[in-house]
Ligand binder design. Sequence first.
Ligand code: BES
Ligand code: MN
Ligand code: ZN
Length: 470
Amino acid sequence: MFQRLDQDTGGALSRAVRVRDFQGKEGQTLCLGAPSDSLAQVQIIGCAPEDGADSKSEALVMEEAGGRAFRALEKSGYASEQGIIVVPDCLASYAAEVALGARLTSYRFTKYQSEPSKPVKTQRLSLVLSTEEAAEAALSRWTALQAVADGVFLTRDLVTEPSNVLYPESFKNRIEALKELGLDVEVLDRAQMEKLGFGALLGVAQGSEFAPYTVILRHNGAPSAEDAPLAFIGKGVTFDSGGISIKPAAGMDEMKGDMGGAATVVGLLSALARRKAEVNAIGVVGLVENMPSGTAQRPGDIVKSHSGQTIEVLNTDAEGRLVLADLLSYTAQTYKPALMVNLATLTGAIVVALGAEHAGLFSNDDSLAVALVQAGSETGEKLWRMPMGEAYNRAIDSDVADMKNIGGRPGSSILAAEFLKRFVGKTRWAHLDIAGTAWLDKESALAGKGATGFGVQLLDRFVQDHEAQN
Ligand code: BES
Ligand code: MN
Ligand code: ZN
């Protein structure tokens, strides 16, 4: 492919590579203006990992190269509505990943801007491969990857929506619209949750004007409907003011994204439905708003959870764990899943510990933890396993109830995980604390500033591995 382009340009490409000493390292790009009559410009994107760089799967390197190619096109003064990426023969098997990277990088959220501040010029991007077989193989893989990209976009949209637009009921309505993908959607309203004994979740919701909902999405793709499902559970706090234990004003707006766990679950289930994954999966999201008001929960209140255990609410800002507590025990009991993975923007402390580079992983099952870490390193959504243990668990014992919802600052991300663990029983379980990774203040490899959609690709890969085993 390179040779052909090089010939068509009278050797301009190889000359430029030589003269400019282009090494083809990851992150390097070489731009040639008008190398022939028919080409406005050619950008050569390096993909060879630097020595000493973090090790990455080849698929991820190519996905990121696709993202860089897209950005290079956009930034150059020549960008037109039509872009072309020429995939060299030796990398043809990764063409679908290149397309995925380009697509993910093209995401914009412009619905509230009269003039988009970062408009996308490239409306159509074609990938060129040198044989028909390679093109067909890439295209058939693209169908599944496009489903994942759509899932990531849905998650990013939901996280970016402000809380006056996306509140529990409107979030629920958006999930119900996904029935058209073939997902089953079941809704539990306040009265049903009261009957089921969701005292922990309802306590969080009681200060808000907005009615709370639990929504259950189901994708049945396994050969047998009887197969125990994989369960994904998300914290969906559409705004977290902290409640009566109110947060400081600075940065409070970021708490519109406190439903990031639920958004990832919804994006994932939409991807599984779109790509017709051969697995049974359920998504369970608890949608509530955490507000201070005359009806709000008070510090010191004691609530009874779905599991029957009582909780002393010492800080109304430690609300995510209260929402998840009811969802976890309800899911374990009702659906008897093969395993449960919950996602939540749960603690500020995980941001202090791991920054934006890794999400925190907590689990009661070593093989599940290993599989998740592996899926994350393959998709570039990295997880770091955190410790758990009895001594941490003791820190949330209460003097007046079965437990309290906070236990002091030391190790507080771990204490939150220990709190959740009290509601999972014997089910294989993992908790992903995505507080540091769901929203970024600067551009990353495959996402602009803002919502990342963290976890959709990772969990889709995790599900794929599960499909392969059956
Ligand atoms: N939603 C927050 C956690 C959070 C912080 C997410 C920063 C994203 C960015 C959570 O509900 C919370 O308020 N956690 C408290 C817990 C504390 C009161 C024990 C925290 O982390 O400070
Ligand atoms: Mn909070
Ligand atoms: Zn929160």
